[in-house]
Design a protein around this ligand. Structure first.
Ligand SMILES: Cc1ncc(COP(=O)(O)O)c(C=O)c1O
Length: 366
């Protein structure tokens, strides 16, 4: 079966070198040498400061909410955060889980990112934050979102789980917002098996978050505040360190696969309007002109032993446990019904891409 994605496994020799060090030091977690090294190397690679490694991308979001005062306080009324319905469930469920009501604002039908005009309409006296998603690594309208946030005194936490190594106007996209979060789940472009990171704008927020991810402990006999366990461990960091040197090659190979798709895919399917300097090709989403065709393509490709995913489907406003007030998210609902993510990973060969493209073409013109 051709999977929609495949975790990249770095060569064992490099990984073993890091594992040997763990065995020698007998230090497995709690801000060990490898976590410190990976923090430094990632800051250099991504061109950012104030990066904090954590156990996964969902905790990255939740720690960012807490560190920035969006959650965890005794507010008089329930805090709200404005977010997109066109994303992975964790963006919205992490808010709800932490007592913050997600309020959805519809997306732009071309970039598939949250539409700033809809953010403005969703603001209430209880709004504390905006949680936009750089969906499939495409940049949100960061300038407009910044402007809205500063006018209304709101925090901005970008869920940048898909935006590893993405540049916007010559700089890391991760520099935008009060914080940006990454997921290093096994299926991500860069991964540590499970893992994640937060990039804070301000050092003081980083320092608060550092305490929070270690139960609020600041010394052997000193617990300063409420915290939780969200630490990355040394085994996760070893995987990341072994993988990082291959990243530029991975990006190049993925880009080549994306070009093969664009050379072979029929013009009956459309693509996301790119707003970044260069997409990282972590995903290859396409849009059909109807839900029926998207589902047919999924089934036909399955018959060829090729997996695709209806990613992101369903649009999150349709989940009753997330929001009681049902709002119509016409654009997100429409796009999530017609979308399909095609397989993309470094070992994927040209023949498979041609077969996928031919199958899609046949469905479009049936
Ligand atoms: C947009 C988005 N946000 C959050 C997450 C959650 O990250 P993790 O699986 O590392 O907890 C993911 C993971 O797939 C994601 O795609």
């Amino acid at each position: 079966m051709i999977p929609v994605t495949k975790p990249y496994l770095p060569d064992r020799k490099t990984l073993d070198k890091y594992l040997d060090g763990i065995y020698e030091r007998q230090w497995l977690t709690n801000n060990g040498q490898l976590v410190q090294e990976l923090t430094k190397r990632l800051e250099e690679y991504l061109g950012v400061e104030n990066l904090l490694l954590v156990a996964n991308g969902t905790l990255a979001l939740q720690i960012a909410y807490r560190a920035l005062g969006v959650s965890g306080h005794d507010f008089e009324s329930q805090p709200e955060a404005i977010t997109t319905p066109f994303t992975f469930i964790a963006t919205a469920s992490s808010l709800k889980w932490d007592g913050v009501q997600p309020v959805f604002a519809d997306i732009d039908p071309n970039t598939w990112c949250i539409n700033p005009e809809h953010i403005k309409k969703a603001i209430t006296p209880n709004t504390r934050a905006i949680v936009p998603v750089h969906v499939f690594g495409n940049a949100c309208d960061v300038e407009a979102i910044d402007e809205i946030a500063s006018r209304h005194g709101l925090k901005v936490i970008y869920d940048a789980s898909h935006a590893f190594a993405v540049k916007y106007k010559g700089e890391s996209l991760l520099k935008h917002g009060d914080a940006a979060t990454l997921s290093f789940h096994a299926t991500k472009l860069f991964h540590t098996g499970e893992g994640g990171a937060i990039i804070f704008k301000r050092k003081e927020d980083l320092e608060r978050a550092k305490r929070m991810i270690n139960f609020g402990i600041i010394g052997p006999e000193s617990i300063e505040e409420l915290g939780i366990n969200a630490k990355m461990n040394e085994l996760q960091a070893a995987m990341g360190l072994a993988m990082l040197p291959h990243l530029n090659d991975i990006l190049e190979i993925r880009s080549e696969r994306a070009v093969w798709y664009s050379e072979n895919l029929d013009s009956c399917v459309t693509r996301q309007l790119c707003t970044v300097d260069k997409n990282n090709n972590a995903y290859y989403p396409i849009l059909f002109d109807s839900e029926e065709k998207a589902v047919l393509a999924l089934e036909s490709l399955k018959e060829h032993d090729i997996s695709c995913r209806r990613y992101f489907y369903p649009s999150l406003e349709s989940l009753p446990f997330l929001s009681e007030k049902m709002r119509n998210m016409t654009k997100s609902d429409n796009i999530s019904k017609r979308i399909l993510c095609l397989p993309i990973y470094p070992e994927l060969d040209k023949k498979t891409i041609q077969l996928v493209s031919r199958t899609i073409s046949e469905i479009c013109h049936a």
